[in-house]
Design a protein around this ligand. Sequence first.
Ligand code: DGJ
Length: 721
Amino acid sequence: MIKFDKNGRIFTLSNKNLSYVFYVNEYDMLVKLYFGKRLSEIGKNHLDAFNELGGDVYRFYDVKKDKEQCLDEHLSNQYMSLEVPPFLSFDKREALISITHEDNSSVTDFRYFNHEIMQEKPSFSDLPFIRDEQKSSETLVITLKDIKDEIYLKMYYTIFSDVDVVVRHNEIINRSKKEIKINQAYSACLDLNSNNYELISLYGAYASDRLLERQDITHNRIVIEDNAGGKGFSHNPVAALKDKNSGECFGFGLVYSSNFQFSFTGSEMNQTRVLLGLSNYNFEYPLKENESFITPEAVLIYSANEDEMIHNFHDLIRNHLLRNQKKKDPHTILLNSWEGSYMDFDTEKILSFIDKAEKMGVNLFVLDDGWFRNDDTYGLGDWKVDTKKIDLHKVINYAHKKNMRFGLWIEPEQISFNSSLYKKHPEYALMDPSLEKVTSLRHQLVIDMTNKEVRDNIFEQINAIFDEYHLDYCKWDFNRSLCEPYSSSLEKRYQRVIFHKFILGTYDLLNRFVTRYPDVVLETCAGGGGRFDMGMLFYSDQIWGSDETDAISRSEIQYSSNYFYPLRVLGSHVSARKYLNIFEKAHIAMFGTFGYELDPNSLKEKDYELIKKANKLYLDNEYLVDNGDYYPLIDPSKNNFVSWMITSKDQTKAVVLFMNYRHINWRARFVKLKGLDPNKKYINSLDNKVYQGDFYMNVGLNLSMGMTNFSPMIIELKAIK
Ligand code: DGJ
């Protein structure tokens, strides 16, 4: 998959669908040539064609007379396509890496040194990463050297045979005798020969997590970033560029859960520079001799169109990122206690919930926040069961006797002001000790995850709970962001990498947890879906989607989230919010990790009939939802409807969701389906008739019937012989 043409010093990474090509020019710079649909070959004879299009020759001024003192002749600051754009040099767009040297100069310019091709993908012990358990990848490692100092940059490019992605990360190694500071450390740069793109991204807020946004790339810089230290609803570390002419899509993501920055610069020459990586917000990483710094992995997807990009994201995450615990435990129907009871419960109440849960067909009961406290003014950091409030052994045994698994909520990265841990160790909280007042959110502070002693303390406490009680599931929450972060345990010089060190500490704790409890189902959460990213998905196969559990609002959240994230990772429950009945609510909740979140004691007999139908609907479609291809059909933010569908990979089954919002007459309401085999015949559950795949896709499903407000419908299609 990876070729090196010695003649032209050209690197070509190709699988059956894409090619990524760049070469080493006469100044040892890595010049980007191409990222797109697979090319059969690229050799030295092609270089001129690329140069005309925006390569590295820029004949503007007479270089010959300056040649003696010129570092490099005729380099363009405006349209060179570079893999490693330098800092403070000829290229005035953003750099990949910038370093402050010991003499306080920040010139950072890496040139080719050597390379190797590995038959495997690198992995890390302290950062999450894209896995290659099937051994379907090859990796190119290029080492470059800074023109000023003995500082090396190792750039990793992994290509897979089974998914159309190039995975990138960088390693900066200081071999100079002096300490340097890293000020900017992106994981990847992609220079594109056009700015005719639409940028697709996700924005959000608490309870309206991850909504789709589209905007044009023009001649300015658009930065998507989040600096909340992990709990950031505002922006999500995924995005895409869609070519407005061809429809081709480039998908981008970062396998990381803290401050990130995606930068898209439309240049005056109508090109686009994309940079993906860590945010430089309060970032300055000191690197001593022989130390190195590794950036998180960035993914670059190429697809012929938007739908294929979605499928590539989903396949990458499902096949190369998740631990895939569900293989062991399919058909889970969960009941979470939060919205049904909040912290107001005792043993009897939970026993009664379990009784009702059994009647509902639930096989996993989750006791959310409150098993160690009665309100949120105390308790975080003191991980002990409030035995006066709840007899946990009793309720767990009771559930297990009913063949129901049992799970608990925890929030290990936070500490309550009012906790014995904080009283004993105020230095365990991340806060600036020189300040008289700190930002308090929900009466709690973020714990100092950069400190191993703190992590050991918390891990021991969690172990005591998980070892004593036979637990099958864990909801790992994170309810506030990092403000005035300062660690009493970190040397002064590391205070400006506190966000990064914090998330490394979280990853360490998560790693210890999944290693010790490999069979405990882990669902992460951050005040809803505030930390929904590929970094978390390395440890937890599912993330709570949003604290907005109203099915109508959820339809937009799920429609948008699934542009990038596979359906099966999104925690999605039927709640008691006021619109729609239980069966209708399940029409939305079934497109995720299905469950309920309501007071089961308030259910009426007729509700159980609806629950029975809801469970069947979910179980009948579970495999398809988990493993099929997602097609967004109608965007609810722009229409009076929402619609999406899932098609099985073998195109024999499909399930379509359709919901109208307001009741308006719509005499010609046809929904054109996607992803079916045009030559196969399918029977549909709407009118039980059989039509050809191309009929469904070109004419559409005829839904021009009368519909009241908010009437979700599920239409199942099956291929017939
Ligand atoms: C925020 C979560 O999103 C909720 O589901 C719930 O677990 C609460 N935290 C508990 O404090």
